[in-house]
Design a protein around this ligand. Structure first.
Ligand code: ADP
Length: 298
């Protein structure tokens, strides 16, 4: 089933325009929604998950009109919000059993098999009897995914799941998502470029409530090939270069600044062409919509 988001717009009561004509078509597979904090990712995720209405626009998932038929969408939805609470004194198997009952898996034997298979899938079977209050951040996130997977969702939404995870836990979590199934639409919202680069077959970048680019990561990178240039300059000259070039990133190296810029053609001036990556695209696109100012990253 395909998720079709058409011209979604949302302005909060305080005047913040969180979504502005967001239009996206998302096929089964892993979709990375990348954007800085405040871009509108959570607003978009909550809207698709039927938790808050937009001002205008539409969302369709297969033949489901999501805004008009929220109960139909919820039957096929798994949603892992940015923050969720777990009963700290309960063990993982009891929590999953509880949520499976709520989801309508009433036969005890069926529920036991389901809980066992979910615990194995998210690699928590060995710690299933431990209270989740003692779980690490990564373990809690994996339990959250297990809960979201009860009922075999066709649409799985995970909002900033890797924030705060160490690299090992992050990888483990992303691999779990990647294994979920080819016929499921998995939307991963994140501000971490590597999350998308490694696993997503489709992606979009959003900023200030607007989609700035969408497509296949490799093709999006191809669009900037031949336009990314690098040189090392004394740190004191960084501001001067910023005013002259479209700087997309700066990194400090042994006291100097390694400058990466976007330019249509060879800027000369000691710059050398570099092979682009998704991070270059990300900072180039953010710079393009914010008039040359990019968030400092180094
Ligand atoms: P992201 O998930 O990309 O960080 P959000 O969707 O959380 O972005 O927020 C987008 C913008 O909307 C931000 O400026 C945020 O402060 C604002 N915002 C989010 N939720 C609310 C709300 N309930 N009321 C008012 N403003 C909100």
């Amino acid at each position: 089933m395909t998720l079709v988001i058409d011209r979604l717009t949302k302005t909060y009561a305080n005047g913040v325009k969180a979504l502005s004509n967001v239009t996206l078509t998302i096929e089964p597979g892993m979709f990375g929604l990348l954007g800085p904090n405040g871009a509108g990712k959570s607003t978009l995720m909550r809207t698709i998950a039927t938790l808050q209405p937009p001002d205008s626009g539409s969302v369709r998932f297969g033949d489901i009109d999501v805004l008009a038929q929220p109960e139909r969408l919820r039957e096929v939805l798994g949603y892992l919000p940015q923050e969720f609470g777990l009963y700290p004194n309960m063990p993982a198997d009891a929590i999953l059993d509880h949520f499976a009952t709520l989801k309508g898996v009433t036969a005890a034997g069926e529920r036991r098999d389901l809980v066992t298979s979910l615990l194995s899938q998210v690699n928590l079977y060995d710690v299933r009897k431990k209270s989740v209050g003692g779980y690490s951040g990564g373990m809690k996130q994996r339990l959250g995914i297990a809960i979201a997977l009860i009922g075999r969702p066709k649409l799985l939404i995970v909002d900033e799941p890797t924030a705060g995870l160490d690299p090992t836990e992050r990888n483990r979590f992303l691999n779990l998502l990647a294994d979920i199934g080819e016929d499921v639409v998995v939307i991963l919202s994140t501000h971490i470029v590597e999350d998308v680069r490694e696993l997503c077959s489709q992606m979009a970048i959003i900023n200030k409530g607007e989609v700035v680019v969408q497509g296949v990561p490799g093709r999006i990178i191809d669009e900037v090939r031949g336009h990314i240039w690098r040189r090392t300059i004394p740190r004191s000259q960084t501001d001067a270069y910023r005013s002259q070039y479209q700087v997309i990133s700066t990194k400090l190296l042994a006291g100097d600044t390694v400058l990466q810029v976007y330019a249509e053609s060879d800027p000369g001036d000691g710059f050398a062409s570099v092979e682009p990556n998704l991070e270059d695209v990300y900072f180039h696109r953010l710079a393009a919509v914010s008039g040359g100012h990019v968030p400092a990253e180094a």
